[in-house]
Design a protein around this ligand. Structure first.
Ligand SMILES: NC(=O)c1ccc[n+]([C@@H]2O[C@H](COP(=O)([O-])OP(=O)(O)OC[C@H]3O[C@@H](n4cnc5c(N)ncnc54)[C@H](O)[C@@H]3O)[C@@H](O)[C@H]2O)c1
Ligand SMILES: [Zn+2]
Length: 362
């Protein structure tokens, strides 16, 4: 059964998140978008996703758009840069894309962020549609309008807010996803439960076998619940002035570990380790009990995510943590749990406390 959520922006309905287990309704959903021109579109994807889904998507798009172009980026975060964006601009210019034409992002978060950024900047902004194909992009990066690229070694340093016109999620694409990519998505999903919804966190524990077996109904329910949490957060705080920051739970120490592991550990794996460190701090502050802390560790393990990392230099992790861009003055802006299902921003953790949490996960 298809499910749909409408995301508001500036108190107006802005775009639909449509969740189904096929692309059958793709044309109908495009036709539903108000004032959306269907002359020309360019499907942007990466080299892996192109092999599996591009031909079908071109056929679907041809039913709706007069002309369908494609652009393939080599897969991987290393290509999320301005020189690939330049090639895409050139492709659009050569093919005479104007302000009324659109882009379709078919792929994971890398493709989504790059396509969104191109759509935000080409001719000062054109329409784009998100067709996320990784678990992470379905529950996280395709929603909320954050777009961008990495610059030199700095992640997501150049970007823009630009809302999609539609997010079309085909949950069956999860079935072709490499296992570690599925695990990465689960890291963000467990995070959603921990920061916003204790019942959902409990549901993730109760249903872990069906989820790991990729049972259709369980996947659809889970993706819907996580999209709902992300939608509510970005509606309340679209530009990350307050509660959108809660989505960074596990990410401050997680990013530091990601950087120091030379990106050998995946993002979601680092976030899992970071969530253990942040939960440890929440326990030390008396917000959650020792049992709840152990339960969080066990839940993360249930989904085959790591809870410790093999790095040894805790002070290097501390300084990388302190150089995270999410700082207020010289204080780290840290997300802790008030209780399971409820997060808050803490800005007065001491170095000793941070170091203690880092040592807990080594
Ligand atoms: N904009 C946001 O709000 C936001 C939020 C979180 C993360 N991000 C960004 O998202 C990116 C990570 O996204 P990601 O985890 O989706 O990574 P990704 O886009 O690199 O995809 C992971 C891998 O899976 C492959 N793949 C994608 N779909 C597939 C499928 N259905 N079957 C088989 N293989 C498939 C890709 O080719 C790639 O090799 C990062 O760049 C991160 O900064 C953005
Ligand atoms: Zn993340």
């Amino acid at each position: 059964m298809a499910k749909e959520l409408i995301v508001n922006y500036e108190n107006q309905p802005c775009y639909s998140i449509y969740i189904d287990n096929s692309y059958d309704a793709f044309c109908d959903k495009i036709n539903d978008i108000p004032n959306f021109k269907k002359s020309k579109t360019c499907i942007v994807t990466d080299s892996n996703v192109a092999n599996i889904y591009l031909n079908d998507m071109v056929e679907f798009a041809k039913n709706t758009f007069e002309q369908v172009f494609t652009f393939i980026i080599p897969a991987g975060e290393a290509n999320k840069n301005l020189s690939e964006i330049e090639k895409l601009y050139e492709h659009l210019i050569i093919n005479h894309f104007d302000r009324t034409d659109s882009l379709i992002a078919l792929g994971g978060g890398v493709v989504g962020d790059m396509t969104g950024y191109t759509a935000a900047t080409y001719l000062r902004g054109i329409n784009f549609i998100q067709v996320p194909t990784t678990l992470l992009s379905q529950v996280d990066s395709s929603i909320g309008g954050k777009t961008g690229v990495d610059f030199n070694q700095y992640k997501n340093m150049v970007g823009a807010f630009h809302m999609p016109k539609l997010v079309y999620i085909n949950t069956s694409t999860i079935k072709t996803l490499p296992e570690e990519q599925f695990q990465c998505g689960m890291g963000e999903i467990i995070k959603h439960g921990l920061i916003r919804n204790a019942n959902y966190y409990q549901w993730l524990k109760d249903n872990y076998q069906d989820i790991l077996n990729l049972k259709d109904d369980s996947l659809a329910d889970m993706i819907y619940e996580s999209c709902l949490i992300k939608k509510n957060v970005v509606e309340e705080d679209p530009t990350e002035q307050s509660i959108r920051g809660y989505l960074n739970f596990g990410h401050t120490i997680g990013h530091a570990i990601e950087k120091l592991s030379d990106f050998k550990l995946y993002h979601g794996q680092c976030v899992a380790i970071g969530m253990v460190a942040a939960s440890y701090l929440s326990k030390q502050h008396g917000n959650i009990t020792g049992e709840e802390y152990i339960d969080i560790i066990n839940t993360i393990k249930l989904y085959n995510l790591p809870v410790k990392c093999s790095l040894t230099d805790s002070s290097a992790i501390l300084s990388a943590t302190k150089s995270d861009k999410k700082m207020i003055g010289n204080k780290v802006k840290f997300i802790l749990l008030k209780s399971v299902g409820d997060a808050y921003i803490n800005t007065d953790l001491t170095e000793e406390e941070l170091l203690g949490a880092i040592e807990e996960v080594l």
